[in-house]
Design a protein around this ligand. Structure first.
Ligand code: RB5
Length: 144
């Protein structure tokens, strides 16, 4: 599974840690920036990661900013993207099973780095349940 990873300056340190975690755990990952802590605009990075999923270059994505909120708002503008901002492992598990989320958003200024890596681990390992009620609800997201 290829994972697209991106951040702004507010999520840069966690992006670096997550890329190392992915490499150490055998995931194929692509770094969509930011490439330094210089100030940049989160919608630009969210767009690159979202489009890499839309065009099937990557299967899933992880976006980090200061709060995770800007990244989740930006990513959810793109058709077919279901971005979930998670601050706990229960939500990370549930959003994969119920929402089939394809982007995980994290807030570097909100949660600790070890929790962030646990959330990434759970989110990547959890499959969509495939239940018809969940699929029906996901289908309705594309109706709007
Ligand atoms: C950057 O200062 C900060 O606004 C950004 O990382 C993010 O939290 C936006 O939602």
């Amino acid at each position: 599974m290829k994972i697209a990873v991106g951040s702004d300056h507010g999520g840069f340190e966690y992006k670096e840690k997550i890329l190392k975690f992915l490499k150490d755990n055998g995931y194929d990952a692509e770094d969509f920036g930011a490439y330094s802590k210089d100030s940049c605009d989160y919608p630009d990075v969210a767009k690159k990661v979202a489009q890499s999923i839309q065009n099937k270059e990557c299967e899933r994505g992880i976006l980090i900013c200061g709060t995770g909120i800007g990244m989740s708002i930006a990513a959810n503008k793109f058709k077919g993207i279901r971005a979930a901002l998670c601050g706990d492992t229960f939500s990370a598990h549930a959003t994969r099973e119920h929402n089939d989320s394809n982007i995980l958003c994290l807030g570097e200024r909100v949660i600790g780095d070890m929790l962030a890596l646990d959330i990434v681990d759970v989110w990547l390992k959890t499959d969509f349940s495939g239940d018809s009620r969940h699929q029906r609800r996901i289908d309705k997201l594309e109706d709007v």
